[in-house]
Design a binder for this molecule. Structure first.
Ligand code: ADP
Ligand code: MG
Length: 547
């Protein structure tokens, strides 16, 4: 026996820690990531199914939206969580294409696994993937078509494509028009560059009515009613004051005690208070306002005086609504009532209290500068309204992303087939192992059309063969008609998506795949080790050690 064999094992981790290394670590991570992708895969495309998610309290969400599904699923595995992050990034950057990004990430890892099984080192795969991702952006950019804000018809098609297969589908004609109008009304041209702040599209939901009754209101809709029944229900040619100050006498920060010794004193005090409130209301009147939105409270007495003056007022309006009102009416938000002047007022053609469902809301319309719009979504039940809202958010995101980059591609698998084709051509210029990796990347990209076909109940092999043949004949926008199973010219059929959906999906999916591939050691400390299951057999050796 030599000295080495007599040595005690050395423990460098605390008891209960779990460690997976080498091939095993890779395998478990890839498996977890693939499992996440597999979960959302069936929802992809117009023929995709929905998921019903029930949380611990029994609340139900029915959706087709990738990021929503993954967020509700409370995923634990660290590698799986990384895939969820891909969906979130996609959601933040584009607002649509979350399922696409996740499915692509899962498939990139699956293809990588095949290469690793063929004894190709993960770092080589990672390098090939990085090359392929860069080339993909170049290819996608070169095949994209231009779009601009005058292209109403094309923009509407983008919105329809985003909503196809979602809960909102049956009302897509109306909703797509609304989506395009919303984005165009908030778009600003600055130095010839189009600026779109999607935050300016306020989405209000109201259960009741039909989805088709959803509407775009040029201006701001507030979930507020007028404070006093004596106030006018409708004010035309509204001169709007926005106050970030209470119309009250009492100073809530200091408690004051007033001692009165005879009734006359009491009366005098009340009179004084009344005079002060009247004075405050007079300031509003003197400035010429006939509508007041107050971020703070309005005293009952002040409400009474205001109603006598024919002023419409709402109180406790949220800060974000105040800002939207300011943008829409051109009013300045005034923090001191004494400073309120004519110049601070904004203008709206009509301010009106309208009953929507069972509640009163305040509509501020025909604004001086309709940069803020409100999308009021209606629908029979909470679930419908929520899913329509998600579909609308996808549509708004897509229209806005298309205008911002000014480029679009055709969907239904067309852009992916064309991309895979370009990548394979590129692979020919590379040597040996990297070529294999780039080809694997191309194969992975084809998961999108393949899944669209599968979800539509079509034979993916037949469909893919037909699609590839058409693309070899220089028809770059040939895609699948998921309803008939035939190939179609997606562009002519109006299946159009922003270029950004595809470039973002490729970037974030490849980044996460590369990151996961480069992990060869997972160390989970005890206590919070709900993470990867330690596979039987203990830590494996390097690559190709076993099997
Ligand atoms: P994601 O969360 O990735 O946006 P979707 O369920 O919205 O997932 O599906 C998007 C996919 O559906 C895209 O690949 C898109 O090209 C495709 N698609 C959209 N409309 C159609 C259509 N009418 N026919 C075929 N495919 C379509
Ligand atoms: Mg979508």
């Amino acid at each position: 026996m030599n000295a080495q064999q007599q040595m005690q094992p050395i423990f460098i981790l605390s008891e209960g820690s779990q460690r997976t290394t080498g091939r095993n670590a890779q395998r478990t991570n890839i498996m977890a990531a693939k499992a996440v992708a597999e979960t959302v895969r069936t929802t992809l495309g117009p023929k995709g199914m929905d998921k019903m998610l029930v949380d611990s309290l029994g609340d139900v969400v029915i959706t087709n939206d990738g990021v929503t599904i993954l967020e509700e699923m409370s995923i634990e595995h660290p590698a799986a969580k990384m895939i969820v992050e891909v969906a979130k990034t996609q959601e933040d950057e584009v607002g649509d294409g979350t399922t696409t990004a996740v499915v692509l990430a899962g498939e990139l890892l699956k293809q990588a696994e095949n290469l690793i099984d063929k004894e190709i080192h993960p770092t080589v795969v990672a390098r090939g993937y990085r090359l392929a991702a860069e080339k993909s952006l170049e290819i996608l950019n070169s095949i994209a078509e231009p779009v601009n804000e005058a292209d109403d018809e094309l923009l509407r098609k983008i919105a329809v494509t985003a909503m196809t297969g979602k809960g909102a589908e049956h009302a897509k004609d109306i909703l797509s028009k609304i989506a395009v109008r919303s984005i165009k009304s908030v778009a600003d041209k600055e130095d010839g560059k189009l600026m779109i702040d999607i935050e300016n599209v306020k989405i209000e939901k109201k259960v009741g009515g039909r989805v088709e009754e959803s509407e775009l209101i040029q201006g701001v809709v507030l979930d507020k009613e007028k404070v006093h029944p004596g106030m006018p229900r409708i004010v035309s040619s509204a001169r709007v004051a926005l106050l970030d100050a209470a119309i009250e006498v009492k100073n809530t920060e200091i408690e004051t005690k007033i001692q009165v010794s005879d009734p006359a004193q009491m009366q005098a005090f009340i009179d004084m208070e009344e005079k002060m409130l009247k004075g405050k209301v007079e300031k509003v009147v003197a400035a010429g306002a006939n509508v007041v939105f107050c971020q703070k409270g309005i005293d009952d007495m002040a409400q009474h005086f205001m109603s006598k003056k024919g002023i419409y007022a709402a109180r406790r309006v949220s800060k974000s609504d105040m800002e939207k009102l300011s943008r829409a009416t051109g009013a300045k938000i005034v923090t001191n009532l004494n400073d309120l002047s004519k110049e601070d007022l904004g203008f709206a053609g009509i301010v009106e209290e309208i009953k929507v469902g069972s509640e009163n809301m305040t509509y501020v319309r025909e604004c001086k500068n309709p940069k803020s719009v409100t999308l009021l979504i209606r629908g029979g039940t909470e679930h419908v309204v929520d899913e329509v809202k998600r579909a609308m958010e996808d549509a708004l995101g897509d229209v806005s992303a298309s205008l911002k980059t000014g480029k679009v591609v055709a969907g239904a698998g067309a852009s992916e087939i064309e991309l895979a084709r370009g990548l394979r051509k590129f692979a020919e210029s590379l040597s040996g192992r990297e070529q294999l990796a780039v080809n694997a990347f191309a194969e992975a990209v084809e998961i999108i059309p393949r899944t669209l076909a599968e979800n539509a109940g079509l034979d993916p092999i037949d469909v893919m063969t037909e699609l590839k043949a058409a693309h070899d004949n220089a028809k770059k926008w040939i895609g699948i008609n998921v309803f008939t199973g035939k190939v179609i010219d997606s562009w002519k059929e109006g299946i159009v998506e922003p270029l950004k959906i595809k470039t973002q999906a490729v970037s974030s999916a490849s980044e996460v795949a590369i990151m996961i591939l480069r992990i060869d050691d997972v160390i989970a400390s005890a206590g919070k080790s709900k993470g990867p299951e330690m596979p039987p057999g203990g830590p494996g050796g390097g690559y190709g050690g076993e099997m």
